[in-house]
Write a protein that binds this ligand. Structure first.
Ligand code: ADP
Ligand code: MG
Length: 321
């Protein structure tokens, strides 16, 4: 039987090597390593494979920006400042035009987000790009998945569902108009890493994760790592109004709850900090919505507008499934 992605990591890679200097190892959006008395290094790596994470014929600019931003999103989820990255490129062939466009877009984004390319590796083979991102965080302030307590509020940034909806644009027969297509493609190719939000949440959020595999799966990771469950108010989950109008409700719900690729942050806030966070939201300093509550009962319970429990298939994206 083939192992799921998460079972595979747990079984074979959760405890390889010594732990000196490792404040947080396998299992979060990034590892947290002790490097100085006042700062910690946050490290993560993500690979994007042609035909799996982006279409085979995607433009080099789009591939560059998406790969960098997806990796920056993990820094945001850790509350880290992105600083440096290495780039492993596997290319079917070395085409000057492709490389020119790819490297220019990557340089522009790196400058914009304040991080620098410091090394990498280049090989021939099917198109695949890995970025190892390194950031820093003041000691003890990294946002982790396992810090939530029962009673903490659950929040999410931005709107959900567009990442999964964008995949439809690549398949034939989609019925979006031009501006909708453009909005979805922008969302897919240039997801917005929530680095500023992550920074603001240091010392405020009790747990955080970025939504790469779908809200239920990723909130599920916070719940499991914290030894808790959660109650989700389905009608509070933020969705772009135009998407609600364009798509049938069942399809939309599945994209919003179980689609991946949104790269928004899901975070929890203790009761003592909720008025602070709600004030930031109210004043427009934090683009986030409260969507539920952490509970001591394991599992994610979805409630409709009447408070009735809704059964929702919890299937986030997993490789090897
Ligand atoms: P994310 O979606 O935030 O990028 P993943 O779901 O890819 O995180 O990975 C979950 C956790 O498992 C992370 O802490 C990651 O570092 C770790 N991980 C994934 N693959 C491996 C591996 N082959 N060896 C060690 N750790 C791994
Ligand atoms: Mg992540």
């Amino acid at each position: 039987m083939s192992l799921s992605e998460f079972a595979l990591i747990k079984q074979y890679f959760s405890s390889v090597g010594g732990a000196e200097g490792v404040a947080l190892g396998v299992g979060d959006d990034g590892a947290v390593l002790d490097i100085s008395p006042d700062q910690q290094l946050v490290v993560s790596v993500d690979t994007l494979v042609a035909g799996v994470h982006f279409p085979q014929d995607a433009a080099p600019e789009d591939i560059a920006r998406r790969t960098l931003r997806v990796n920056l999103s993990d820094m945001a989820a850790m509350g880290a400042d992105a600083r440096w990255f290495t780039l492993a490129l596997t290319l079917p062939q070395a085409e000057a035009d492709w490389l020119q466009a790819f490297s220019k877009a990557m340089a522009e984004d790196a400058q914009y987000f304040g991080c620098a390319l410091v090394g990498g590796d280049t090989t021939a083979g099917p198109l695949s790009i890995s970025i190892q991102m390194m950031g820093t965080v003041p000691r003890g302030q990294a946002l982790v998945r396992g810090g939530a307590q029962a009673g903490d509020g659950v929040y999410v940034t931005g709107t959900l569902g567009e990442g999964a909806a964008a995949l439809q644009v690549f398949s034939s027969g989609c019925s979006y108009n031009d501006s909708q297509r453009e909005a979805l493609l922008k969302r897919f190719n240039r997801p917005e890493p929530r680095l500023t939000v992550g920074r603001k949440l240091r010392g405020v959020a009790s747990a955080a994760i970025d939504i790469s595999d779908g809200l239920l799966a990723d909130l599920g990771h916070i719940a499991e790592c914290s030894g808790l469950g959660a109650e989700l108010q389905l009608q509070q989950v933020p969705v772009a109004p135009w998407l609600t109008e364009a798509v049938n409700p069942d399809q939309l719900q599945s994209w919003v709850l179980s689609g991946g690729d949104d790269y928004e942050l899901c975070f929890t806030v203790p009761e003592s900090k909720q008025s602070l966070v709600d004030g930031m939201i109210h004043r427009g300093e934090l683009l986030a919505t409260r969507i539920g509550l952490m509970t001591s009962e394991p599992g994610i319970v979805c409630l409709d507008a009447e408070g009735q429990v809704q059964t929702v298939a919890r299937k986030g994206y997993q490789h090897f499934n």
